[in-house]
Design a protein. Structure first.
Length: 127
């Protein structure tokens, strides 16, 4: 793998990590801000507000779990795609190596008889 390809792979990994992290941070921040604003502007009594806080906390936890689950699912999907790409590149690399070996063998078959012929000619001229 040349340097340019390595840089591309590293960049793709970093972009993937920052993408999922950004989604998670945005989700949690939005939920938190919405929760706080809802409580502050609520014209209710103490018992009602405490009940609302409890209910909204449960909703917040549920949505947070869903967000984490979604992030985990997307991460797993990303990993699977990366594995399949890696296997694809690995297969192509093996094909290239095989073809190279075949070409080397073909060259050996061409070069070796000529080398033997030269050696015989040299021995005949010396004798």
């Amino acid at each position: 793998m040349n340097e340019e390809n390595k840089n591309k792979v590293i960049t793709q990994k970093e972009e993937g990590k920052s993408y999922f992290l950004a989604i998670l941070i945005t989700l949690l921040s939005g939920l938190f801000v919405g929760f706080i604003v809802g409580i502050l502007f609520s014209p209710k009594h103490g018992k009602e507000i405490r009940k609302d806080i409890k209910d909204k906390s449960e909703i917040f936890v549920k949505k947070s779990k869903e967000g984490v689950t979604d992030t985990i699912d997307k991460t797993k999907e990303f990993v699977e795609k990366s594995r399949s790409k890696f296997e694809e590149v690995k297969g192509k690399g093996k094909d290239i190596i095989e073809k190279s070996k075949e070409k080397v063998e073909a060259l050996k078959e061409v070069i070796m008889p000529k080398k033997e012929e030269k050696k015989e000619n040299k021995e005949n001229t010396e004798a």
